[in-house]
Design a protein around this ligand. Structure first.
Ligand SMILES: [Zn+2]
Length: 304
């Protein structure tokens, strides 16, 4: 059976996988060995139901046809894994496993255990396939389907990773309380979020297909403040997701068009839009990052 410690998030009473809370109808449903599902209590969960449905749709679409370029996602996963270092021997959870780019990267090493969580059942099924294909039998692998805001884990992980999650959750406070709770003391929370992003593109009035997309954005200070409140101390930041023609404020607006043209002409950017982020990872191309506005902010924090 799983070595995960679990509780009812509302009553903080220990709750085994497969059982109901004594004080409310919170329930951890056991699907099969090392695979389970949890939900907010039945009462008053209408908005969460439609939220889950939106992600059911999104995951189906995404698994058929990647919503974001796979090359770009692969690069971001590589850079994220690289920044947080080796996962060997650690109890690791990935929240919002999605298409599993980071999961695959983690399975190139041997974490002690790996838990893959997602709100969408399709993504979790995909994560199990990725694990089975990885031939990494020494890793204790488990999955759950549910919303991060209501996850039941208690001091179970050395490392919790959430990429592209915190901008999506309905109640950020809920998510952060549960994330912090799931970490062992001294464990690390690593997350990647959109950096100073404009949100108009996520409006249904701008042809946004999904009702719930990015609900907020972050910068270093905002993110650090939120994590601090739940006992997560910031260790370091890293910005990534650099794209052609997306300059930062240091570059005067009248220069931007011509500069972008020149960078294309002199092959600074590469043939595809996602090439620049990879090319600019190391010296001397790194210099060009200074002129650009990154899409993503990565933060490493520690439970104190
Ligand atoms: Zn309860």
């Amino acid at each position: 059976m799983s070595s995960l410690k679990t509780e009812c998030p509302f009553h903080k009473s220990s709750l085994e996988i497969g059982s109901h809370c004594n004080d409310c109808d919170y329930y951890i449903q056991n699907n099969s060995e090392n695979s389970f599902k949890f939900n907010k209590t039945e009462e008053d969960r209408n908005i969460y139901k439609s939220y889950e449905n939106a992600y059911g749709q999104l995951s189906e679409d995404d698994l058929k046809n990647a919503i974001y370029s796979e090359e770009y996602q692969f690069d971001l996963a590589f850079e994220t894994h690289n920044t947080l270092g080796s996962v060997c021997g650690l109890d690791v959870a990935e929240l919002g496993v999605g298409r599993g780019f980071l999961q695959k990267s983690f399975l190139s090493e041997t974490p002690k255990s790996l838990h893959a969580l997602d709100i969408a059942e399709e993504y979790v099924r995909n994560a199990s396939r990725i694990f089975n294909d990885s031939d990494n039998g020494s890793v204790k692998f488990s999955t759950s389907v549910g919303n991060v805001e209501f996850m039941p884990f208690v001091e179970s992980f050395d490392l919790v990773v959430a990429t592209d999650i915190l901008e999506h959750v309905l109640n950020l406070g809920n998510a952060l309380v549960r994330i912090s709770r799931s970490l062992k003391i001294g464990g690390r929370f690593v997350c990647r979020v959109p950096y100073k992003e404009k949100l108009g593109q996520y409006s249904v009035y701008n042809n946004q297909r999904y009702e719930f997309a990015h609900l907020r954005f972050f910068d270093e200070r905002l993110l650090q403040l939120q994590l601090e409140e739940v006992g997560l101390k910031t260790i370091s930041f890293r910005r990534n997701g650099f794209q052609p023609g997306r300059f930062n404020q240091a570059v005067p607006s009248f220069l931007r068009k011509n500069l972008a043209k020149a960078f294309s002409l002199f092959r600074v950017y590469g043939a595809n839009w996602y090439d620049f982020n990879r090319k600019s990872r190391s010296f001397p191309m790194k210099f060009f990052r200074l002129l650009h506005q990154p899409m993503e902010l990565l933060i490493i924090s520690k439970k104190v």
